[in-house]
Design a protein around this ligand. Sequence first.
Ligand code: BEZ
Length: 253
Amino acid sequence: MDSTWNPTRYDTEESFVWKYGADVVEILAPRRGERILDLGCGTGHLTAQIAAAGAIVIGIDNSPDMIEQARHNYPQLRFEVADAAGFHFETAFDAVFSNAALHWMKQPRQVAACVYAALRSGGRFVAEFGGKDNIKAITAALNQAIRAAGYPIEPDFNPWYFPALGEYAALLEEQGFMVTDAALFDRPTRLDKGEQGLQNWIEMFGGEFLKSVPADQHLSVIRDVEDQLRPDQYHHAAWWVDYKRLRIVACKE
Ligand code: BEZ
């Protein structure tokens, strides 16, 4: 995750990120004594849920701020700053878990190779993240608003990796995994903070997009995005984001 993230805002305004992840912990079904790695652990809430099942869990994230907050939240657990595309542990894990993190990692082959190497034979990889067409409406509205304001959009402004199901399953298979379950599904997600929610979300997660826009113009671009999205994505006094999740379970044979 980006090292400029604000862990306090992440823990409060964007708490849905880890709250939704509880479903993925259920799929992981951690067992007492298992060694489990939480890849892209953020501020550690799901790491703690995994630990509560009796597993021996380590959380890693590339953001020192997130890891500092995770250690503060759960001082009894082990958290390390590490790059998902280049980590190594001496002892193999029974499972690698990841929620809402892999879409920030734009070297998916290297990440899959590290996950594979970290698992014992027979170990499992359970992950959920943004898949193909995730936040398509927000991305389109941001592009349009930035262009309309007279600023450029470069292809590498897009900080995310949202693969199709077949693409990601094939990538894991090339690595040697057997993919045992995979799904791409819509998960409209309600943002907290009412009217303010979409602005908060863009400020927290969309910073790369706004790189070409002077800071004093950000708010007017965001207002344009809100105007475009309001008819379809603001209802019942809340913003709804068009998330599409890719959920995958794979086994190291
Ligand atoms: C996601 O969880 O799908 C996501 C979060 C922030 C930015 C982009 C995608």
